[in-house]
Ligand binder design. Structure first.
Ligand code: NAP
Length: 179
């Protein structure tokens, strides 16, 4: 299987599709064959300004959905053929194999989630970064620091903190995830 990537060769230039290396996964990683990618504001900001890019050529793209094609040594929670969505962490880790805009992306397993068969790759690809950004804003100490939701239903009225929140821009990616 050959890899191809949409490289950013310099700020303010169009992406250039070229052959790319195919990297094997480390013990905490899997390789995903991407079937759908989503675009976020960070992508055009990086392309226009070169922000948070340590060197060129660079492979942008953070939201991916596809099929697992290879798992790192010892990995039990994912298997070849699993349908998954993930955050491609090139922005934080600055490695080309972690960029989303390529056929095959390497991803640490803590950034990957399996997706149900009735969810299309195109539907799943829009969730990862928006969901993480919304959760960061809602639950991280230092941001709103709200109590994370639970799947257990409490009958104790004290469990309802009686707080309300206004989500502004709720039609967008982060806003709809926050809702
Ligand atoms: N996407 C991510 O994962 C991510 C990660 C980190 C940070 N962020 C930041 O989070 C923000 C939202 O990102 P997004 O991906 O959710 O963008 P988005 O999908 O384009 O959503 C933007 C939202 O803002 C609303 N909006 C735009 N202009 C407005 C105005 N003048 N007054 C009131 N509402 C306005 C839009 O409403 P309409 O639909 O009515 O236009 C829409 O609901 C951006 O600043 C982005 O840089 C995003």
């Amino acid at each position: 299987m050959g890899n191809k990537a949409a490289y950013l060769l310099a700020p303010k230039t169009p992406l250039s599709i070229q052959p790319a290396p195919l990297t094997h996964p480390q013990p905490n990683e899997i390789v995903i064959r991407n079937h759908a990618l989503a675009i976020n504001p960070i992508d055009w900001k990086q392309q226009d300004t070169g922000v948070v890019i340590s060197g060129f050529p660079y492979i942008m793209g953070m939201d991916i959905a596809g099929t697992v094609v290879e798992v790192g040594p010892g990995i039990m929670e994912f298997a070849k053929g699993d349908r998954v969505a993930a955050i491609a962490p090139a922005l934080t880790m600055q490695k080309k194999e972690y960029g989303g805009f390529q056929l095959y992306t390497v991803v640490p397993t803590n950034l990957v989630s399996r997706i149900p068969d009735n969810i299309a790759f195109t539907e799943a690809a829009v969730l990862p970064l928006g969901l993480v950004t919304a959760a960061n804003g809602l639950f991280e100490p230092g941001n709103l620091g709200l109590k994370p939701p639970s799947t257990s239903i409490s009958t104790d009225p004290a469990a309802n903190e009686g707080k309300a929140i206004l989500i502004w821009g709720g039609s967008g990616s982060v806003g709809s995830c926050a809702i």
